[in-house]
Write a protein that binds this ligand. Structure first.
Ligand code: ADP
Length: 193
């Protein structure tokens, strides 16, 4: 299995690049944001429990997302590998993920970290808010809360994987195709290594 984490702040292009990467490498896309939004759309008890936190731009509790990812990994046995998008978002989530993968006899091969300036992030998120149904992209305060959660809790995830030499930084600004090529280059280098 080849498992990768697409890492970066909200608005850094993880969703866009994920779609292309899963198509090229035949990976299973696991986006905790999408999974949580599905729970809300289905009005499940889990969805109801996380709705307000998400609307405020706050992270949902670790136990909830870890449980959700655990189930998703269990439900996808015959896959080439997983692309984790928006997860892990805390050190506790990263440690839990490492453990879950180790139980399956596999691990994270690479963490691809997209780097985008703060001004560009806010611009992109507000723009997405005008064209999508993501209510958390409409309000500048909620966007600021998400970026703040990223800096306070999520940035540490890169430090966790740096200890294992697994992090590669990619400039996430410019042409979408060029960024995709840079991501593929890192993956291909890791695959033959
Ligand atoms: P973005 O990267 O644009 O913030 P996501 O779709 O990844 O969008 O996440 C949307 C929201 O879902 C987050 O602001 C947070 O409330 C919640 N969420 C998603 N993934 C996680 C996670 N791994 N841990 C905690 N909360 C999460």
């Amino acid at each position: 299995m080849f498992n990768l984490i697409l890492f970066g702040p909200p608005g850094s292009g993880k969703g866009t690049q994920s779609e292309r990467l899963i198509a090229k490498y035949g990976l299973k896309h696991l986006s905790t944001g999408d999974l949580l939004r599905n729970e809300i759309a289905g009005q499940t008890p889990l969805g109801m429990a996380v709705k307000n936190l998400m609307a405020e731009g706050k992270l949902v509790p670790d136990e909830i997302v870890i449980e959700m990812i655990d189930a998703a990994i269990e439900n996808n046995t015959r896959v080439n590998g997983f692309l984790f998008d928006g997860f892990p978002r805390t050190t506790a989530q990263a440690e839990a993920l490492d453990k879950l993968l180790a139980q399956k006899g596999t691990e994270i091969a690479i963490v691809l970290a997209l780097q985008v300036s703060q001004e560009e992030l806010i611009k992109r998120l507000l723009n997405r808010g005008r064209t999508s149904d993501r209510s958390d992209d409409v309000n500048e305060e909620v966007i600021a809360a998400r970026i703040s959660e990223y800096e306070k809790k999520t940035a540490a995830v890169a430090e966790h994987y740096k200890k294992f030499g697994k992090v590669e930084y990619i400039k996430g600004e410019g042409n979408v195709d060029d960024i995709f090529d840079l991501l593929c280059k890192e993956i291909d280098e890791k695959k033959v290594a």
